[in-house]
Design a protein around this ligand. Structure first.
Ligand code: LMR
Length: 333
């Protein structure tokens, strides 16, 4: 009898102990992205991890996978929908293949003059409308993060839009970007970000477009002789999560993570411009890539060539969305 009660006590202790251990298992979040650590997005993701883990006192553990180490762009969206990864921060140019084409409004050439105009959209009704559209795809939009303004690079100097004629350019998976390259008389080629360096090196493509931070941290300056400050578009990110996972979090944890995201977003957006300025200075310092600044006349020529893409892509993006952006920024077509 004594032996039996002793056994029962041991069994109860084991069950209680296992239960406690299970209750204390941290909630794991995999956060995958495709850029280097030393970029606005790379740093933003690390900041979110830090704040989230500190504030949830270890109840949440975030594993950040930078530089396409877990998924390439093109693969990561499906992985998120399947729940193989819980968080991503893709550039908004990558939502078209998912069927949410309205995001491509951000890709329209010269639609934003500066970060202030961009924020009027991300923090306004258009930004919210776009996030609402993700819900039916099983995705929740958490925040918009900035990278910066894109410039064209190539192995020949692109001073005027006509210089791009006949050249092959790597682009992200966006129909608007396809149309942008065609407006220059170039040939667009969609390709994963992780493959761009090699494609430039081997001549599969002649040029590409990037903000300086991506150009420099992917070492593209080693394989591109010229970088023209066209500032013709933006790379903007949507930080997103698997909706089922996010909605299923304990309410207190979700609220804490939302707070961490708010603060990490402020941090990421505050450093974005400076990170790009530093990257441009670093590209200059390597002496491998010549930076071409545009005269006001040359800039006007790029705009004249590219702005017709707005009208051309109106049916795809939706007139209301484009007009919503014009209204927020004051853009006059
Ligand atoms: C690209 O594919 O060029 C960018 O979307 C990469 C990134 O995430 O900044």
């Amino acid at each position: 009898m004594k032996f039996r009660s002793c056994l029962a006590a041991v069994a109860a202790a084991i069950i209680a102990c296992t239960g406690d251990a299970l209750a204390q298992q941290p909630i794991m979040i995999k956060f995958s992205h495709v850029v280097a650590l030393d970029t606005p997005k790379g740093k933003g993701a690390e900041q979110f991890k830090k704040l989230a883990e500190e504030r949830t006192k270890g109840r949440v553990k975030i594993e950040v996978y930078p530089n396409s180490t877990l998924y390439k762009d093109g693969e990561e969206m499906e992985a998120l929908q399947l729940g193989s990864v819980q968080m991503l921060a893709p550039s908004v140019a990558k939502f078209g293949p998912l069927g949410v084409r309205e995001f491509e409004v951000f890709d329209l050439p010269y639609i934003f003059e500066d970060f202030a105009q961009l924020h009027k959209v991300t923090e306004g009704s258009v930004g919210k409308l776009l996030f609402d559209k993700l819900q039916t795809k099983g995705i929740v939009g958490l925040a918009y993060w900035d990278n910066g303004f894109k410039d064209f690079s190539a192995n020949k100097p692109l001073k005027l839009p006509t210089d791009a004629k006949g050249m092959k350019f790597r682009i992200q998976s966006s129909k608007v970007l396809e149309s942008e390259i065609r407006a220059l008389g170039g040939i667009p080629q969609v390709m994963a970000f992780s493959e761009v360096y090699q494609a430039l090196q081997t001549g599969v493509v002649d040029g590409t477009e990037n903000p300086p931070s991506n150009f420099y941290t992917q070492k593209m300056n080693e394989v591109q002789k010229y970088f023209t400050l066209t500032e013709h578009g933006v790379i903007e990110y949507a930080v997103i999560a698997n909706k089922k996972f996010w909605d299923g979090l304990p309410a207190d944890i979700r609220t804490t993570l939302e707070g961490a995201m708010k603060d990490a977003s402020k941090y990421a957006n505050d450093i974005a411009k400076e990170e790009n300025d530093k990257a441009l200075a670093a590209v200059k310092a390597t002496g491998k890539t010549e930076i071409i600044a545009l005269t006001p006349e040359a800039k006007a020529a790029w705009k004249k060539q590219l702005i017709p893409v707005h009208k051309e892509q109106e049916a795809r993006i939706g007139k209301e969305v484009i007009e919503g952006v014009y209204k927020a920024t004051g853009f006059k077509p």
